[in-house]
Design a protein around this ligand. Structure first.
Ligand code: NAP
Length: 232
C-alpha cells in the first residue's frame, strides 16, 4: 500500500482522529478527501471537503460518484451515546449500530469498486479496544465496535480477491471530543494516526495503537474469566 501519489478518503475528517488522519495523509503526499456530515466544518488547507453522512445511503452513493479514484478508505466516523443495552434508549442503540456497523458497511460497499479499479488499495477501519471487551455503561457502543470488527474480518477475506488490504486499528482512549468526559490516560490522536499509517504501509492488518489494546487483545485467549474477572 503506497500513500504518496494515492487518493485517500477519511470519514469524520472534520475533527478528532479523522482530522489528524487527513493531515497526516496530506503530509505523506496523498490527495485527501476530508469527508464530513457538514463539509463546511472542514477547515484544513490542502484537503478537499466532501459531504458524507455514513448513515445516509444517498449521501454515501453521492460521495462515491464524486470521487471515483480513491485508493485508501479510512472508515473513521464514530458515535458514542453512552447507551446501556438494557436501559439506554433504543434510538441510541440503533444509532451506534447504524454508524459503526451499517455505516462502515455502506461506505465499504460503495467504495470497493473504485479501490479495485485503482489496483486494490486499502481500507483502514478505526476500531477500539472495546471491540474486544464490553463496558456495560457504554454497552451499545462496545457491541457496535464488536460488530464492526467482525465486518472487518469478513471484508478482509472477500476483498483479498481484488487485492484490497483491509486493516483494523484498535486503540484505547484518545484525547478527542468523544471521551472529553473521561478522566483516564489518553493517547494523542496525531500520534495514533501516524502509527496507524506506518503499520498500514507495512502491511499489518491488525494494528494495536497502545498498551490498553495490547492488554485486552492478550486477554482474549483467556476467555471470559480473563476479561471479566468477577466471572472467573
Ligand atoms: N476517542 C477515543 O477514545 C476512541 C477510542 C477508540 C476508538 N475510537 C474511534 O475513533 C473514531 C474517531 O473518533 P474520535 O475519537 O475522533 O471522536 P470525535 O472527536 O467525537 O469525532 C467523531 C467524528 O465522527 C463523525 N461522525 C459521527 N457520526 C457520523 C456520521 N453518521 N457520518 C459521518 N460522520 C460522522 C463526527 O462528525 P460531526 O462533527 O458531524 O459530529 C466526527 O467527525 C471513531 O470510530 C471512534 O469510535 C475513539
Amino acid at each position: 500500500m503506497q500513500i504518496e501519489g494515492g487518493t485517500a478518503l477519511v470519514t469524520g475528517a472534520n475533527r478528532g482522529l479523522g482530522r489528524r488522519f487527513a493531515a497526516e495523509l496530506l503530509a505523506r503526499g496523498a490527495t485527501v478527501y476530508a469527508a464530513a456530515r457538514n463539509p463546511d466544518s472542514v477547515d484544513q488547507p490542502g484537503v478537499t471537503p466532501i459531504a458524507l453522512d455514513v448513515t445516509d445511503p444517498s449521501s454515501v452513493a453521492r460521495a462515491a460518484e464524486i470521487t471515483g479514484d480513491v485508493t485508501l478508505l479510512v472508515n473513521n466516523a464514530g458515535s458514542s451515546t453512552g447507551a446501556s443495552l438494557l436501559t439506554g434508549s433504543l434510538a441510541d442503540i440503533q444509532l451506534e449500530m447504524n454508524t459503526h456497523f451499517f455505516g462502515t458497511l455502506a461506505v465499504t460497499r460503495a467504495f470497493a469498486p473504485q479501490l479495485a479499479a485503482g489496483g486494490g488499495g486499502a481500507i483502514l477501519n478505526v476500531l477500539s479496544a472495546l471491540s474486544w471487551v464490553n463496558f456495560p455503561a457504554s454497552g451499545a457502543y462496545c457491541a457496535a465496535k464488536s460488530a464492526e470488527w467482525s465486518l472487518t474480518n469478513a471484508v478482509r477475506q472477500e476483498l483479498a480477491a481484488q487485492g484490497t488490504q483491509v486493516s483494523a486499528l484498535h486503540v484505547g482512549y484518545m484525547d478527542t471530543d468523544m471521551v472529553r468526559h473521561v478522566d483516564a490516560p489518553k493517547s494523542d490522536p496525531a500520534v495514533v494516526a501516524k502509527l496507524a499509517l506506518d503499520e498500514l504501509v507495512a502491511g499489518n492488518v491488525e494494528i494495536l495503537a497502545d498498551d490498553v489494546s495490547r492488554q485486552v487483545r492478550s486477554g482474549l485467549s483467556g476467555g471470559v474469566a480473563a476479561l471479566y474477572p468477577r466471572f472467573a
